[in-house]
Design a protein around this ligand. Structure first.
Ligand code: PLP
Length: 474
């Protein structure tokens, strides 16, 4: 067992459950979901069980199976509203908040975000199809990606969404495709240009995208040639510029610097005659995965962004652009938890105790990919005192399949329900069938009711795409 006591064990020795301890959820609307560990509606019921959206998590597992993604509708809706209200308060011009659906793309999540007035950012034909099927209007869909295929670009053009062009290859393909499609559609294709602004931020290398050595976007030394080229195209309308500098960012300065740089590029684009009126500064606001994470609130982040854009426009004497941002993690990350069932355990004397759960790197690949940290609670004994530090291991045939290296938990037993917090973003969307594990179900909870968002995969689902040529049968 590890001797150090990691942050997260409260002096009382209780499981660390900051919002549940607040008891009453009456002030949920004011709390910024990205600053919480648990969803806004989390509480403890009279059975000493964790409750989310008025639903007993232990009962949800009995009803829908384990592991289970549990999405708190109120947390997601509240985050959407907080983004919109902050723009209303701090930005006198037009704005549009987009949900970066790469964080979690499925029909239900897109539909909730859209019903709160958000548009959707997509990065593949699959995400675009999902957003359209969820009823999202193409006018508020923005299509990113550094290597979109001809099929994807054609689908995007035909659907009427805005294409965020990433590179020369894409730009030239687009010109050809639009030319061919012109016979069937007289519509102009709206594009934006993704620029690499050369701005650094402190986050994991894999999720940093705005520095110069990035696979995304046009480099500063290419931009003027791109502006000149687009100025000559008759079927493409370049409505604005885009940049995204990275994810899980706690500082405000990088986005303020970004605003300044991008406003200068807007002015340059106008000097080439491009009708640029939109500026998209990407996503990136971080969330609280552990007690030591201290991100700004949604309101603070939006305020900083708006002030920087207003100041830059004033100093360049430019009209305010329509301002867009496209958060993913800070909208949905802390709205969801994953409930697992504890099974086997193993103590390596003097070193550590492994406690195994019935999922792992296939439903949450972030720890093995980014060394991400998570916190967990035993949901069926919420007031049990924390008594040990264990390593929560997944069930995959992979030594690195560790979800939490140092989890402060009460004594656990097989059958206990372990809830890992902050699993709304980049969990289901990055999930796999590694070791042929069926992907878990997901439910959305609100007002004591749980509804299925994603049905649990079955063994039949696992072999649905398999082909077994007759010649291989013995
Ligand atoms: N926009 C783009 C282009 C991205 O690549 C990402 C994620 O990395 C996002 C938006 C969303 O970022 P986040 O989830 O950090 O808000």
């Amino acid at each position: 067992m590890l001797s150090t006591q990691p942050a997260g064990i409260e002096n009382s020795g209780r499981q660390y459950i900051p919002n549940a301890n607040k008891g009453n959820n009456g002030d949920a609307a004011k709390r910024s979901p990205n600053q919480e560990l648990l969803p806004l509606t989390a509480g403890i019921n009279s059975h000493d069980h964790l409750e989310i959206g008025g639903c007993d998590v232990t009962k949800l597992v009995q009803q829908f199976g384990s592991p289970l993604y549990i999405l708190d509708e109120e947390s997601l809706r509240s985050a959407c509203r907080q983004y919109r209200e902050a723009f209303q308060n701090y930005y006198p011009g037009e704005f549009q908040v987009l949900y970066a659906s790469k964080a979690w793309s499925c029909l239900g999540v897109c539909a909730i975000a859209h019903s709160e007035g958000l548009g959707i950012d997509v990065v593949s034909g699959g995400e675009l199809y999902t957003a359209l099927q969820a009823g999202v209007k193409p006018e508020v869909i923005y299509f990113h990606g550094n290597n979109k295929s001809v099929e994807e670009l054609s689908l995007a053009i035909e659907s009427g969404c805005t294409i965020v062009v990433d590179n020369w290859y894409e730009l030239k393909s687009l010109v050809n495709i639009v030319e061919k499609l012109r016979a069937t559609s007289l519509q102009q294709t709206r594009i934006m240009l993704r620029l690499t602004p050369g701005i650094d931020c402190h986050t994991h290398d894999y999720i940093r995208t705005g520095h110069l050595d990035s696979k995304f976007g046009f480099d500063p030394d290419q931009i003027e040639a791109v502006f000149a080229f687009i100025g000559q195209q008759t079927n493409l309308t370049c409505v604005g510029l885009h940049a995204h500098i990275g994810s899980q960012i706690f500082e405000r300065q990088p986005h303020q610097d970004l605003a300044e740089v991008m406003v200068q590029w807007m002015e340059k684009a106008k000097s080439y005659g491009l009708p640029v009126t939109e500026l998209n500064l990407g996503g990136g606001l971080g969330i609280r995965y552990t007690e030591s994470d201290d991100p700004p609130s949604i309101d603070e982040w939006v305020q900083a962004l708006c002030q920087a854009v207003k100041a830059a426009c004033e100093s360049q004497n430019l009209p305010l652009p329509k301002l867009l941002c496209e958060p993913g993690r800070s909208l949905i990350g802390t709205a969801c938890v994953t409930a697992y069932t504890i099974g086997s355990s193993k103590t390596v004397p003097e070193i550590r105790t492994y406690v195994a759960i019935d999922g792992g790197m296939s439903d949450n690949p972030r720890p093995i990919t980014y060394q991400s940290l998570y916190r967990a609670v035993v949901a069926n004994r919420m007031s049990a005192p924390v008594s040990e530090t264990v390593t929560v291991a997944g069930k995959h045939c992979e030594s690195g399949d560790i979800l939490i290296k140092e989890a402060s938990l009460p004594q656990t037993e097989p059958g206990d329900i372990l809830v890992v917090m902050g699993t709304g973003a980049y969990n289901y969307s990055m999930a796999s069938n590694y070791n042929r594990l069926p992907r878990p179900a997901a439910v959305v909870v609100a007002n004591q009711e749980a509804k299925l968002l994603l049905r649990r995969e079955t063994y039949q689902d696992l072999i649905r795409q398999d082909c077994l040529p007759n010649s291989l049968l013995s």
